[in-house]
Ligand binder design. Structure first.
Ligand code: ASP
Length: 313
């Protein structure tokens, strides 16, 4: 088994080599996942994470992230953060600088300011255009620019659904360093056109992210409400604790998700690693892949995810 290894959701391609370089220089798994997530957060072409992420119903980009240290189960998370490009790093500071694990909204923004993070306009011209076009198509009786002043936007929620995202929404990184420690990082702009203040699974430790050196680590992308209801990341790790190999732990956790009644019927995907660095990924949508690198990789490898199909209701 490799001494170090890093895996990511497919949109982690832009960050995985830098994450691997951290591990190669004997950096920690925590540093590697933070480094990888930051590069995805700075990629304006990725409309599901950080800068250029698609906004909520009223046109504000709200970011969520979490990070977990498998050595100690220390964790930090932020939710619904506006105006800061690197929620993964704010989450890490929550873990390292406060007695808390989770800050949201204005409190998280205040904390970011106090920690010296720079404010950034996250809504790019392109993500604004996508938001406006979507509203015009799906809620034609409203003007997108005025959406933020409407008293009651909840009625639009049922009309405007997150488009079926191709594989690659939200970023997951899991790393195992040379010391054999695991860490997991997740960052997202969440469900596009979500109700303001909505949190998905990404910042909810146990739902979208979990790492425990003794048993393994897991992270999710896709419809976060499902991963929260099934405590999916924690379930994968618990299945490994119960003796399941990593592939089978992913399969069982996806079967749990697939058994939930859900009128929105959107997908969920998982990446996971066991304590030895063996990894697997699963999805209930065909065609999804994940990426990984280890000590022997000259470049990242793209591997298919195990498909555990949703049964149509
Ligand atoms: N899991 C994210 C959320 O629910 C979204 C996604 O991965 O597409 O916020």
């Amino acid at each position: 088994m490799p001494g170090y290894v890093v895996i990511a959701s497919s949109n982690g391609r832009v960050g995985i080599e830098a994450a691997r370089d951290v591990l190669e220089r004997e950096g920690s798994a925590l540093d590697a996942v933070e480094t990888g997530c930051r590069l995805v957060e700075s990629n304006p072409a990725d409309h599901t994470v950080g800068l250029g992420g698609l906004p909520n119903l009223i046109g504000e980009v709200e970011l969520d992230a979490s990070i977990m240290d498998g050595r100690t189960l220390a964790t930090g998370a932020v939710g619904a953060v506006r105006g800061y490009e690197h929620p993964i790093s704010i989450a890490r500071r929550v873990m390292e600088e406060t007695p808390h694990v989770f800050l949201v909204g204005e409190g998280a923004e205040r904390f970011a300011r106090e920690m010296g993070f720079e404010r950034t306009e996250l809504l790019t011209a392109e993500s604004r255009r996508i938001w406006e076009t979507k509203l015009e198509e799906e809620a034609p009786e409203t003007e997108p620019g005025l959406m933020r002043y409407h008293e009651n936007v909840s009625r639009w929620l049922s009309m405007i659904r997150d488009p079926e995202r191709p594989a690659g929404g939200t970023v997951n990184f899991i790393a195992r360093d040379r010391d054999g420690s695991l860490a997991c990082g997740v960052s997202t702009s969440g469900w596009y056109c979500k109700y303001p203040g909505r949190l998905g699974d990404s910042p909810v430790v146990g739902a979208g992210n979990y790492a425990d050196n003794r048993y393994g680590a897991a992270a999710c992308t896709g419809r976060g409400e499902l991963a929260i209801r099934a405590a999916t990341a924690h379930s994968v790790v618990m299945y490994m604790r119960m003796g399941e190999p990593v592939e089978s732990a992913v399969r069982k956790a996806l079967e749990d998700v697939n058994s939930l009644e859900d009128p929105y019927a959107t997908g969920l995907s998982i990446v996971a690693m066991d304590p030895s660095g063996r990894h697997a990924a699963g999805t209930n949508r065909p065609g999804a892949v994940y990426v990984w690198m280890d000590e022997d990789s000259a470049e990242f490898v793209e591997s298919p995810r195990l498909l555990v199909r949703q049964v149509c209701r």
